[in-house]
Ligand binder design. Structure first.
Ligand SMILES: Cc1cc2nc3c(=O)[nH]c(=O)nc-3n(C[C@H](O)[C@H](O)[C@H](O)COP(=O)(O)OP(=O)(O)OC[C@H]3O[C@@H](n4cnc5c(N)ncnc54)[C@H](O)[C@@H]3O)c2cc1C
Ligand code: SF4
Length: 476
């Protein structure tokens, strides 16, 4: 701890955001990098409190060495801070932009003041690492000869692929889409994550020797049996893309779409990719209702603002959370409280306790949403005129047909792939990581999965080597 009084004398400051009018006019990220002096001062706010709850069970899922790199940043030792960050986290430039930062909710300083600005320091360290050229490929020093297939190139697949490749295995990442990245590429809008940030990390993986087989839908283009036959271990990391549906009259009307169809189309437009064959979804000049009050819904709201919607309403089934931390989630727990994202700051209206009962239309197109207020007595009917309805009510799990059926892996009660603590599925040599196993979750949790899954894969390969060795010795 370089400045023992830093937490008393230095107020928290965060990276500046572009004014709303400027940010909604582009698809670019809208935070300006903080000056070095400011970041070093923010690092000095860390109290090095002895028991760092920020990296404990209720804090950072990857157990980042937060007090260590806060101190190193304060001292201007950026390269060492980067090494400390990479010791636990393959992709800090992603978590620094996208993580909801449970570390900050668990920060001891947060009991009496605003917590340390951990996430923005993390992003600054990672971005500086790229800018200085410190983040270079780290290919393995020896090849093991083992072949590992990773199915899915989202954060879980990428992080596991990097770990396994660095251990010397020949790793192929299979991806159904034309470009790798999973939801980082096609779900998360560019204003939260510019894709150049993803591409520079992918370039590192490729230079380390990770092979990407894109445009290959495993289970369709390549049978699960062939995948197993050609590889010594298989890691399933295909995510949990099946969206929760809205079973109400009028669902089939034109103008009613799944959030992911809307978001992925926009990301493809920004990337200059060819238009997808399905119908184009555009909020320009439209009155939009987003059903679902979570992050995906918020990303739809931000995208609608940028497309030029005339009105945006976001509906949530649950009651409005309290403005401050609810008593049921005291420090250091992740707080139950109202969260206002940048997209909400940019405009639109939110409403709570709203259960959609019907979508009505004219000439086959949606014109209004009918709903009731949950828990209202007497029943309060609502009608919201609209031209576009986006369904962002979460995800129910992985696709069951295709690969999972071919492999015959067991599923758990939530219809996710069942694994033991070592990420092994019911099929020998087949492992699972990320949303395919956890159900829809967070980027940072899936980066965490890379360690466990990669370690489990390693153990499997060693056992297999020992078995082959014993068989060869018996035959001799
Ligand atoms: C709109 C949206 C916004 C989000 N925002 C945030 C955020 O701000 N912060 C955060 O922490 N988390 C966020 N998340 C959650 C986060 O993106 C996910 O938890 C994470 O991407 C899941 O990682 P994954 O590697 O398990 O799978 P995914 O990212 O879903 O990637 C799976 C990949 O596997 C491929 N695949 C599947 N099956 C096959 C097959 N058979 N053959 C070949 N390829 C296959 C898919 O095409 C896909 O590319 C968001 C999610 C969404 C939907
Ligand atoms: S990964 Fe998330 S929880 Fe961990 S230090 Fe970074 S912002 Fe905090």
């Amino acid at each position: 701890m370089g400045d023992p009084k830093g937490f008393l004398t230095i107020p928290r400051s965060d990276p500046r955001r572009l004014p709303i009018a400027e940010r909604v006019a582009t698809w670019r990220e809208f935070y300006s990098p903080s000056p070095e002096g400011e970041l070093r001062a923010q690092g000095a706010r860390c109290m090095d409190c002895g028991v760092p709850f920020c990296q404990g069970d209720t804090g950072c899922p990857v157990q980042n060495l937060i007090p260590e790199w806060n101190d190193l940043v304060h001292r201007g030792r950026w390269r060492e801070a980067l090494d400390a960050l990479h010791a636990t986290n393959n992709f800090p430039e992603l978590t620094g932009r996208l993580c909801p930062a449970p570390c900050e909710s668990a920060c001891v300083l947060g009991v009496v003041d605003r917590p340390v600005a951990i996430r923005s320091i993390e992003q600054a360290v990672a971005d500086r690492g790229f800018a200085e050229g410190w983040i270079a490929p780290r290919p393995p020093s020896r090849e093991t000869g083992w072949r590992v297939a990773v199915v899915g190139s989202g954060p879980a697949g990428l992080a596991a692929a990097q770990q396994l490749r660095r251990a010397g295995h020949a790793v192929t990442v299979f991806e159904r889409d034309a470009r790798p990245g999973g939801l980082l590429r096609h779900g998360i809008p560019d204003f939260k994550l510019e894709k150049s940030v993803l591409d520079r990390r992918l370039a590192q993986l490729e230079a380390e020797g990770v092979r990407f087989a894109t445009g290959v839908d495993v289970g369709v283009d390549l049978h699960g049996d062939a995948l197993r036959r050609d590889h010594d271990a298989v890691l399933l990391a295909g995510g949990a893309p099946v969206a929760r549906e809205l079973a109400v009259p009028g669902r089939a009307l034109a103008g009613v779409h799944l959030a992911m169809d809307f978001l992925s189309q926009q990301n493809r437009r920004v990337a200059g990719d060819p238009a997808s064959p399905e119908v184009a979804i555009d909020a320009r000049g439209k009155r939009v209702v987003v059903i679902g009050g979570g992050d995906t819904g918020s990303d739809c709201v931000g995208t609608c603002h940028r497309q030029g919607a005339s009105e945006v309403t976001q509906l949530e089934l649950l009651p409005q959370p309290p403005a401050e931390r609810h008593a049921s989630t005291p420090w250091p727990l992740w707080p139950m409280q109202l969260r206002t994202s940048h997209a909400h700051e940019e405009g639109g209206r939110r409403d709570w306790r709203v259960a959609t009962t019907e979508l009505v239309g004219r000439d086959g197109r949606v014109t209004a949403l009918r709903a009731t207020r949950v828990g209202g007595d007497p029943v309060e009917p609502l009608e919201i005129p609209c031209d576009l309805v986006l369904l962002a009510m979460g995800f129910t799990g992985p696709r069951r047909e295709g690969l999972l059926g071919q492999l015959g892996v067991a599923l758990d009660a939530r219809a996710a792939v069942a694994t033991d603590a070592a990420h092994a599925t019911s099929v020998p040599g087949v492992f699972a990581a990320g949303d395919v196993r956890r159900g829809a979750s967070l980027l940072v949790c899936n980066i965490r999965e890379r360690r466990d899954a990669a370690v489990a894969g390693e153990v499997h390969l060693r056992r297999r080597a020992a078995w082959r060795g014993a068989r060869a010795a018996g035959a001799a």
